[in-house]
Design a protein around this ligand. Sequence first.
Ligand code: GCB
Length: 608
Amino acid sequence: MAFAAQYPRITRTRRIEDLCGTWEFRFDPERDGERDGWAAHGLPDPIDMPVPASFNDVFTDKASREYYGDFWYAKCVFVPGEWESGNVDIRFDAATHRATVFVNGSEVASHEGGFTPFCAHLNGCVRWNDWNYVAVRVNNELTEHTLPAGGVATLRDGTRIAAPYFDFFNYAGLQRKVRLLSTPERRVAGIKTSVELIKNRAQVRYELDLEDAVGLRAEVVLVDGDGQPVADSQGEQGVLTVKDPRLWGLRRPYLYTLWARLYDGTELVDEWYDTLGLRTIEVSGRNILLNGRPVYLKGFGRHEDSPVHGRGFDPVVNKRDFELLKWMGANSFRTSHYPYSEEQLYEADREGFFVIDEVAAVGMLRSTKNFADAVTAPRGETYFDDPAVREKTLPAHIAAVQELVERDRNHACVCAWSLFNEPDFSSEAAVPYAQKVFDACLDADPQKRPRSYTNVTRCRAGIDKCTHLADFMMLNRYDGWYVCGGPRIEDAKAILIEEMHKWEELEPNKPFLFTEYGTDTMAGVHKLPSVMWSEEYQLEFFRAQHEVFDMFDWVVGEQPWNLCDFQTGEGVMRVDGNKKGAFTRDRQPKAIAFLLRDRWLRKLDYLD
Ligand code: GCB
């Protein structure tokens, strides 16, 4: 996947044509499309569909919004004749959850996983300097073995709808950008970097992924923010040494640009660049260290979610979210529960935010089948006891981790990998599975970043069998909401304190973060004394939580759930979505936003 993982750039040797905009669209409930040759002859009676966007919320009828199965996008694409001597690819930044691409009727690519990019290579099948019919069959179905995990519910009339094992709407479609890329045949397909700080020097170790580059000379140049070269090196791999580097810091970022070039003699064959922040990240004792300094993470679990666009890439909403985070005094977020768009990570690099980068391994807990059953489902065989999970889910999980790391490995903002959200690690059967996922991540990451997963309430201290694998612990806790809510909030606090004492004994050498805590709160509902769902209760809950966090100096971060209210499936636990946001879905503050802002503006980014 090397080239597909590389972020597209226009340079002296590369061109990009934007294929976003209106595409033809059509549902294919009976899977007629392939048999009837839609890819060659055109989609019958297509409607217009904007790209990027989730298809779901543009419709006014429920059947379309809830549609579950195959659906097609198609577009006529002009491929310039002058690109014939090089590579021509279409890059899909995301097709949720899987897609097969056809060009002029021939199948050219397919991809599993809805949140990482892939390319369709066009050279063998295009008409040069002419129009070409590009059709994409997408599918949004989930099983116990997909990431994320889910199932299907069949209505009495035979209609199939999604039964996700997770608490967010199963938005789908071509949700991110689509671009036509022209690159040289002999090209730089990617780069791996890692940074070491030694006294007043930074050493950047690099390794290029090259294609067809035998006999060519590779050169790498690091350029500072003023455009001045500060280090260079020759060869496919090497070390760049920067004297008196300007380091990338939390909310004080500094970015260099790394240029990779290929020459044939003196003739430039290819060039590509990426931004690079110089920083180190490690876990040491009970701290997370950035450039050797202990940090405190303040921020949120989030979703890529907004009205009408669904999970569709939206730079305006993304920008607003960064402005909200900055206003709050936050310095981090987690990409709960899937890889976010690459543009969000570049923005985090530029703004100096730490990102806990999460793979879409959510729903690996039997009791969250049909989310509303979470609290009542019987305990039985756990998810990881099922042999099919090892046979089918594990390879998909490893592939998803490898794709995520390959895409995001050079970002300064990525401080850690989250390899599971709330898995059922209560059984020993989970250990070999998790070990393999953790190993695959370590192998893939040249920077060897810390790895972790979020621990779920039902696998509290003493129950979870995989804590030894995590470099630091992430806790998702709802004591005071799902456990002992309302008038029992003091009991909830006592339960959490007891658990923290237990963790203190069980994991005395690890830093802990709270990566989820919160209460559903309807903006505008006020009550004295408080009741659950009121803004006053949300305030009470957060005050209680923070008192507990502040008792333990090995709690080195807090990321409430969620930055904003977000859409979920329908159910008795959700009022048009999950309402745990500090902000509403249209990005306006609830009272809790002011409490958090007040706390975070006083809490420093660094603990030393
Ligand atoms: C969780 C999940 C998150 C849910 C949240 C909630 O533990 O990780 O996806 O949205 O709880 O609000 O119940």
